[in-house]
Design a protein around this ligand. Structure first.
Ligand code: NAD
Length: 253
């Protein structure tokens, strides 16, 4: 088991990639705090894990845009499991709008959730990781943080910010044995994507998959496996990286 005796927080753990990551990390021996704005989703993920044995996972309702909620999440990891080793800053929301149709509220929601949420997560987790003698943070950015995309500027700006936050913060904490990396997924088959495209239409799925070198959209577990790699000792010399996991679409856009 790659994460035996480690304690992890997964934000946005009530759905999609966050759920897949929480399940995988638990299978690899980690105790997991599943944090989500959607309390029901977080509970469901924790129940899927605790079906095997109770107390392996703890669900918490938390909004990553609120410092108090984020600190409460870290405190829950410490009070329930005694330490914190891993933070997966995964919670995110998307927006497909041009600037004429983007309100100030839209902009704030996208930047606050996708970028400020990562800042707050790192700020709360790093002191706890320091006490644990080190740790790993994986920020879920996006291919959209590496390239521009039409009608996606607010999300692209937030995710580009996540990439540079990651690279800079990694420089500050390497000597404390805290590695900080980010993943840049392309399309992943989760509610975020299926709500943005007409996923019930096979022609739409085929058109999207047709733009990808590997010819298919990612399964959430394929992103979870990369987070697992980055948090494992296999990636012991990797920090400050922005790793594209996009099936090859990045070469085309
Ligand atoms: N699906 C894709 O194609 C894709 C591609 C690249 C990057 N991403 C990124 O991957 C991450 C995971 O997204 P997903 O695809 O699993 O989507 P998803 O919509 O299935 O899951 C996102 C989760 O985040 C939670 N969330 C939203 N706002 C929150 C907040 N303020 N506080 C706490 N939780 C909140 C939601 O309730 C939900 O459970 C996101 O950061 C997303 O931007 C997704």
């Amino acid at each position: 088991m790659k994460l035996a005796d480690q304690v992890a927080i997964v934000t946005g753990g009530g759905s999609g990639q966050g759920r897949a990551t929480a399940l995988l990390f638990s299978q690899e021996g980690a105790r997991v705090v599943v944090a989500d704005l959607n309390a029901g989703g977080a509970e469901e993920t924790a129940n899927l894990i605790n079906g095997r044995e109770s107390k392996l996972a703890t669900a918490i309702e938390a909004d990553v845009t609120r410092a108090r909620d984020v600190q409460r999440t870290v405190d829950t990891a410490l009070s329930t499991y005694g330490r914190l080793d891993i933070l997966i800053n995964n919670a995110g929301v998307t927006l497909w709008k041009d600037i004429d149709n983007t309100s100030e509220e839209d902009w704030n929601r996208i930047i606050d959730t996708n970028l400020k949420g990562v800042f707050l997560g790192c700020k709360a987790a790093i002191p706890a990781m320091r006490k644990s003698g080190g740790g790993n943070i994986v920020n879920i950015a996006s291919l959209a943080g590496l390239v521009g995309m039409p009608k996606h500027f607010a999300y692209c700006a937030a995710k580009a910010g996540v990439i540079h936050l990651t690279k800079s913060l990694a420089l500050d904490h390497g000597r404390e044995k805290i590695r900080i990396n980010c993943i840049c997924p392309g399309g992943v088959l989760t509610p975020m994507l299926t709500e943005a495209i007409d996923a019930d239409d096979p022609a739409t799925l085929e058109r999207v998959a047709g733009q990808i070198a590997l010819g298919r959209i990612a399964d959430p577990e394929e992103i979870a496996r990369v987070s697992l790699f980055l948090c494992s000792s296999d990636a012991g010399y990797i920090t400050g990286a922005a790793l594209p996991v996009d099936g090859g679409i990045g070469g085309a856009v």
